[in-house]
Write a protein that binds this ligand. Sequence first.
Ligand code: NAP
Length: 309
Amino acid sequence: MSQLPLPPATRTLGPGGVAISPIAWGMWRLAEGGRSAAEAAKLVHAALDAGITLLDTADIYGFSGPRPDGTTGFGDAEALLGEVLAAEPALRGRMVLASKGGIMPPLPYDQSAEYLNAALDASLRRLKTDCIDLYQIHRPDILAHPQEVARVLDDAVAAGKIRTVGVSNFTMPQIAALNQFLGNKLVATQPEISPLRIDCFENGELDQAMMLGLTPLAWSPLGGGRLTSESNDRERGVIAELDRVAAEQGVSRSVAAYSWLMAHPAGIVPIIGSQQAERIAEGAQALTVQWTRTDWYAVLVAARGVPLP
Ligand code: NAP
């Protein structure tokens, strides 16, 4: 049976760019539940000790709306990581730090030069670092001219505030436009991809990523947790195919799901969303799971809900 290649030990952000682990850890949920800096540090260690070096956050992570004390939670996830880094500065050199900006809380989006410059400086302050390795525009601001956005990002690179530039939730034309004005310097795109969210496999997004040399970072690789609790026929079908391969290869369903994404030739980097140390560390097992072409397509077909043409 035709075997797909195992993922490589490292990938890069853009061709010849910053080396990253082929699987990442995300901190969307880090500031939930009043987690202390010591508890957050344990999760950072769990990721790094498992060889997961790409750590993804955003300025809006932690935002939950107005609270009685006047705060909103905006910036809380970055601030918590900043506390971890302040307590243990050596951790900074072990990670490739990714963050995002461009959403003006709660909404809408703002990528005017004034807003974006201020947002980046605020992220750097909260993270207690002088440079973000991958700065991503979180969601596209339809009212911002991509040339203006590109200029802000170019200036930030020149000033040493960010090393590389990425986008998230952009359409393909939006990616092409910003990349054009950036002189092809985009290195990453972050769409939602999971065995339950398969649009990008057939709508051209991953083909564009390969063409432009963008590393696709998959957000919510377990469908935000839906893959861990089945609720409808389609989900049951996908889970059955993942579980079959998971059992054969002695890994969990989550690991099978990550590895399924990683088997795609675009070099998808799934962002683990768990905030439990064992589950974060377990994610690294995805590097050992090898898919056959037949099993890979069986998951896709279950997710499509209709046979291949
Ligand atoms: P996910 O991996 O799809 O879902 C994680 C959720 O599943 C957690 O609540 C986790 O709970 C739960 N879960 C239940 N059983 C699990 C198991 N066996 N293994 C692992 N997780 C299990 O990812 P996500 O949190 O939705 O998103 C991942 C990352 O993507 C975020 O942290 C963020 O960096 C990024 N993201 C980006 C965007 C964007 O617009 N760019 C949007 C959403 C997310 P426990 O914590 O209890 O394990």
